[in-house]
Design a protein around this ligand. Structure first.
Ligand SMILES: Cc1cc2nc3c(=O)[nH]c(=O)nc-3n(C[C@H](O)[C@H](O)[C@H](O)COP(=O)(O)OP(=O)(O)OC[C@H]3O[C@@H](n4cnc5c(N)ncnc54)[C@H](O)[C@@H]3O)c2cc1C
Length: 592
C-alpha cells in the first residue's frame, strides 16, 4: 500500500528561502515566521498521513452509495471529516468575522497540497465548500453572509458549484435551468444539473448549492445567466436547518477515479433559490469560485504527481532488478535496486523536477492572490489572472503524465491495484477535465488573457523574467546552468506571442491551433523561472553557511536537470506554433 510523508522541509524552503514571506509587505505575512509555519505544516502533515491517507484506498474501493435519496460516503470519511472540522483545518484562511482563522491564502495552499496528496476525493468536499464560501463572501449581501458563512467556514454545511447540464459543459450559454422570480424576492429554480461534485453526502447538516440558472425573460445566451444560493434544507430565521427544499439527487456517476467523492445528477424542482450578486451577472460571481477552483485543480495535478513520486522513489530503492552498467552497487545481493539504472533515474528526475517546480509556481500564485486580496495590489491580480489557466492546464496535464510515469517505475506492479499506483493516475485524470477542460484553458490564455488590458500582464511577466536575469547574473555556474536556458525559453515564448500577433488577426485559427502548445510553453517558462529562483536561493543558503548542504545541493542539481532536460521543450512547442493552422485544419470532417 502507498504511504505519504508531507514534504514540510521543501515547503519551508519555498516559503522562507525563495519567497521570503516574512519580508513581504503583505498584511498577515509578518506572522509567518519559520517556527510558526513549520508547526502548522507538521500538524497538517500528521493528519494527512495518519488520518486521510489510509482512507484513500478505502474511498477508491468502496466509492459512494446512493440509498433512499441519500449518499453514503465510504467507511471512515465521516469521522475524518469531524476531525478536520475539530482541528479547524476547514477554517484556516477564512475570514475571522465568520469564524475563520484569517491566515493568508498561501498557508491554505500549502496545507491543501498535503491533504490532496493524501486523499484527493476526500479533500474535494472541503475544497468545494471553500469555493462557495469565497463566492458568497465576495458577492453576498450582509444577511446572506451572516446566514451561510459561519456554518460553511466550520464545514457544518458544505458547498457545491452547479454549472454543467447534460447538453452544456463548456458552452454555458446553452443552459436551460430556469429561475422564476417570486413576490418575496426569492426565485423558484427548475432544471437538471449533472456531474455535481459533493452534490449529496452524509457528512454535513446542510448543503449549500450555488446554481447557475436563467431568469425568465432575461437576455439570451451567457448574458442571461444568474447565480443562486439553493440550500438543500431551507434555513430558519434563527439560522437553524428548516424544511427540505425542492432539490434532490437523481443518481451518482460511476467513474474512472475519485470514487470517494460523490458525483451527482441534481434535480431542481421549483427549489427556492436566492440571487447571489446581480441579475444576469452570474458568470462574474461564479468566476470568483472558478478562479479559486482552477488554482485548486492545478494544485491537484501536481499533488497527485507528488505522492506518486514519493512512492516510486521508495520502490526504486527496494526493488532489485538487474545490475548497474558501471558495476554492481549491491554486490552482496542478487541484483541492484532499480534506482541504479539511468532510465529509472531519468524518469524520477522528470517527476521530481516537475513536482518541486510546480509547488513553487503554485505557492507563488497563492502569494500573488494574497498580494492582491490583502494588499490591494492590482498588478498582482492581473498577473495571477494571466497565469491561472497555465497553473490549471499545464500542471494537470503534467501531473497526470508524471503519475503515470511513477506507475511505470513499478512495472507490472504499477498496473495492478495492489500497490495503489493506479489510483493516483486514475484520480489525477479528472483534473485535466473539470473546471474547464484543458483545451479551454489554452483558449482562455491565448484568446483572452494574452491581450487583456492591452497585453499589460504578459509584458509584466516578461519584465519579471528579464529583471531576474539581469539582477542575478555574474556567477558563471549559475549563468550557464540557469539564466541562459531561462533566457532562451523566454525568447521562445515571446516569439510565439509575436507569431500570434502577426498571424492570428488574419486568421484566428493560426492562434488557436497553437494555443495548447503555448499553454505548455508558458508552463515550462514559469517552472524555469521558479527553478532559477530556487537555484539562486539554494546557492545563497550554501554561501551563507547553511548546515544542511545536502538539501541545498540537491535543489541545485534538480534545478539544473529541469533547465537542461525539460525547459528545451519550449523549442519544440515554438516550432509547432509557427507551423500554423494549415496542417491542423487540412482535413474535411468526413476524412477523420
Ligand atoms: C468527476 C467530475 C466532476 C465534475 N464536477 C463538476 C461540478 O462540481 N460542477 C459542475 O458544474 N461541473 C462539474 N463537472 C463537469 C465538468 O466541469 C465538465 O465535464 C467540463 O467542463 C467539460 O464539459 P463537457 O463534459 O460538457 O464537455 P464539452 O463542453 O462537450 O467539451 C468536450 C471537449 O471539447 C472541447 N471544447 C469544447 N468547446 C471548445 C472550444 N470552443 N474550443 C476548443 N475546444 C473546445 C473541450 O476542451 C473538451 O475537451 C464534473 C465532471 C466530472 C467528470
Amino acid at each position: 500500500m502507498p504511504s505519504y510523508t508531507a514534504p514540510v522541509k521543501d515547503m519551508q524552503f519555498v516559503l522562507h528561502d525563495v519567497l521570503k514571506v516574512t519580508e513581504q509587505d503583505i498584511p498577515g505575512y509578518d506572522e509567518l515566521e519559520a517556527d510558526f509555519t513549520s508547526a502548522i505544516l507538521e500538524e497538517a502533515g500528521k493528519i494527512s498521513s495518519e488520518v486521510l491517507q489510509p482512507l484513500n484506498v478505502v474511498g477508491d474501493k468502496e466509492g459512494c452509495v446512493l440509498e433512499n435519496g441519500v449518499v453514503r460516503t465510504p467507511t471512515g470519511f465521516k469521522e475524518a471529516f469531524e476531525q478536520m472540522k475539530e482541528g479547524g483545518w476547514t477554517a484556516l484562511d477564512c475570514d475571522p468575522e465568520y469564524g475563520g482563522q484569517g491566515m493568508p491564502y498561501i498557508m491554505g495552499t500549502a496545507v491543501g497540497e498535503m491533504m490532496v496528496s493524501a486523499n484527493m476525493a476526500f479533500n474535494m468536499y472541503q475544497g468545494l465548500t471553500h469555493g462557495a464560501y469565497s463566492a458568497i463572501h465576495a458577492h453576498g449581501t450582509d444577511a446572506q453572509k451572516a446566514t451561510y458563512l459561519p456554518k460553511m467556514v466550520s464545514c457544518e454545511w458544505t458547498g457545491t458549484m452547479n454549472l454543467t447540464e447534460p447538453h452544456c459543459g463548456t458552452d454555458l450559454g446553452l443552459m436551460r435551468t430556469k429561475a422564476a422570480p417570486q413576490d418575496d424576492g426569492s426565485y423558484k429554480i427548475t432544471g437538471q444539473k449533472i456531474f455535481i461534485s459533493a452534490g449529496e453526502h452524509d457528512m454535513a447538516d446542510n448543503i449549500i448549492h450555488l446554481v447557475l440558472a436563467k431568469i425568465e425573460g432575461g437576455p439570451e445566451g451567457i448574458k442571461g445567466v444568474s447565480l443562486f444560493i439553493v440550500p438543500k434544507f431551507l434555513v430558519n430565521d434563527d439560522n437553524s436547518v428548516g424544511a427540505r427544499n425542492g432539490v434532490s439527487v437523481g443518481s451518482i456517476e460511476e467513474k474512472m477515479g475519485i470514487h470517494g467523492n460523490s458525483t451527482c445528477v441534481m434535480n431542481y424542482d421549483e427549489a427556492t433559490g436566492y440571487l447571489l450578486g446581480t441579475e444576469h451577472k452570474g458568470m462574474r460571481a461564479m468566476f470568483t469560485m472558478m478562479n479559486e477552483a482552477r488554482m485548486g485543480v492545478g494544485l491537484q495535478g501536481y499533488a497527485q504527481a507528488a505522492v506518486a513520486y514519493e512512492n516510486a522513489v521508495i520502490y526504486a530503492n527496494d526493488r532489485l532488478q538487474g545490475r548497474a552498467v558501471t558495476g554492481a552497487e549491491n554486490p552482496d545481493g542478487p541484483a541492484d535496486p532499480l534506482i541504479v539504472h539511468p532510465d529509472i533515474r531519468r524518469n524520477l528526475m522528470d517527476q521530481k523536477s516537475f513536482v518541486e517546480g510546480a509547488r513553487a509556481f503554485t505557492f507563488w500564485g497563492a502569494h500573488l492572490i494574497d498580494r492582491h486580496v490583502r494588499g490591494g495590489d492590482e498588478a498582482a491580480d492581473g498577473l495571477i489572472s494571466l497565469l491561472t489557466p497555465v497553473i490549471k492546464g499545464f500542471q494537470t496535464d503534467k501531473g497526470f503524465e508524471y503519475a503515470v510515469a511513477a506507475q511505470q517505475v513499478y512495472g507490472g506492479h504499477g498496473y495492478i491495484e495492489e500497490w495503489g499506483m493506479s489510483q493516483f493516475a486514475r484520480d489525477a485524470r479528472i483534473a485535466m477535465i473539470y473546471e474547464g477542460a484543458n483545451g479551454v484553458q489554452a483558449l482562455d490564455l491565448v484568446g483572452r488573457k494574452l491581450a487583456q488590458d492591452g497585453g499589460k500582464h504578459v509584458m509584466a511577466f516578461f519584465d519579471l523574467v528579464k529583471s531576474f536575469i539581469k539582477d542575478n547574473g555574474g556567477n558563471e555556474e549559475f549563468d550557464k546552468a540557469f539564466l541562459e536556458p531561462l533566457k532562451a525559453a523566454s525568447k521562445d515564448l515571446q516569439a510565439a506571442g509575436m507569431y500570434f500577433m502577426q498571424n492570428g488577426m488574419k486568421n484566428p485559427n493560426h492562434a488557436l491551433a497553437g494555443s495548447y502548445d503555448f499553454m505548455h510553453m508558458f508552463g515550462h517558462v514559469c517552472l524555469g523561472l521558479m527553478w532559477a529562483k530556487m537555484g539562486k536561493a539554494a546557492m545563497d543558503a550554501l554561501e551563507g553557511g547553511a548546515s544542511d548542504t545536502a538539501f541545498y545541493e540537491t535543489k541545485i542539481a534538480t534545478g539544473k536537470y529541469y533547465m537542461a532536460r525539460q525547459l528545451p521543450a519550449t523549442g519544440m512547442h515554438l516550432a509547432r506554433i509557427e507551423s500554423g493552422a494549415d496542417t491542423v485544419m487540412a482535413l474535411d470532417a468526413a476524412n477523420f
